[in-house]
Write a protein that binds this ligand. Structure first.
Ligand code: 6CM
Length: 258
């Protein structure tokens, strides 16, 4: 379907997914587009006020200090480059419920409330209580998607997972001991292949994955700003390092999943 000669640019058809009839679909479609666009922007391009708050090797984490009604909602943007894994593998492990307890250290309990389709789930999670605040839970849809690689049409696809808070009639917020958090998260992963020498096989040594992780979490109720910022400063680098190490470990002796 590639036009090599003319000046006509082929139009990418909209992604097809069996979830397209679901009530949440228009929101999912809108959010994925907006989040991916934001994630693709470099730190310099997405407004001012970003401060580097954690750095470790290739991993860099930035935040912007923001408050809404006195509650800390600091947007976070992290970039990392990890060798030996693909973007599809990273997104697959982030999205799939069967791995979640292995890498998500803040988790107390997780349930899949709804399977909208293979690529779209609704999760209810309770997180460990952090003193002196109340325990938190989160209810969100999660969608995994393959995106065309516009810059390198023959290169590997780009993959993304977007998580966004939603509601569910059976699980109203702030109904029990938990305060409901509101979150918008986007993980965007781009694989780079360093081609092997002529006649040599392609191995994991030829792969590298650029990971962008963006999140905005509203704690939903009282939480002391200084404690919250200290928790984020400790937990986000821990999460990204632990999660990517987990994906490397899970995939190292498996066939490459592009
Ligand atoms: O994105 C991450 N994980 C996903 C899968 O679990 C998902 C979940 C995000 C939940 C983020 C909220 C955590 C709860 C924070 C507690 C609230 C503060 C309590 C008050 C403290 C004084 O998108 C990785 C998330 C990594 C979080 C560090």
């Amino acid at each position: 379907d590639r036009l090599k000669t003319g000046s006509v640019i082929p139009v990418t058809p909209p992604p097809t997914s069996p979830a397209t009839n679901h009530r949440l679909w228009p929101e999912i479609e809108r959010m994925v587009e907006a989040q991916v666009m934001m994630a693709k922007m470099g730190i310099g391009e997405c407004g001012s006020g970003w401060q580097l708050f954690a750095e470790d090797g290739e991993m860099k984490m930035y935040r912007r200090e923001e408050e809404v009604d006195g509650m800390v909602v600091d947007p976070l943007k992290a970039v990392h480059v990890v060798k030996g894994i693909t973007g599809h593998e990273v997104c697959h492990h982030f999205f799939s419920p069967q791995y979640r307890y292995d890498w998500e250290t803040t988790l107390e309990h997780m349930t899949v409330l709804e399977t909208i389709s293979d690529d779209t789930l609704v999760f209810l999670q309770t997180h460990k209580r952090i003193w002196p605040a109340s325990q938190r839970d989160g209810l969100f849809w999660s969608h995994i998607r393959k995106l065309p690689n516009e810059k390198d049409r023959d290169g590997p696809d780009i993959w993304t997972v977007v998580n966004n808070s939603t509601d569910h009639p059976d699980y109203p917020p702030n109904n029990g001991k938990c305060v409901r958090v509101f979150l918008t998260v986007c993980l965007l992963c781009q694989t780079t292949v360093d081609p092997p020498k002529e006649g040599m096989p392609l191995t994991r040594d030829n792969l590298s994955c650029k990971i962008t992780y963006c999140s905005v979490v509203n704690p939903g109720g009282w939480a002391p700003a200084s404690v919250l910022r200290a928790v984020y400063k400790r937990e986000y680098p821990k999460f990204l390092k632990r999660f990517t190490a987990y994906v490397k470990n899970q995939t190292q002796s498996k066939p490459i999943m592009f």
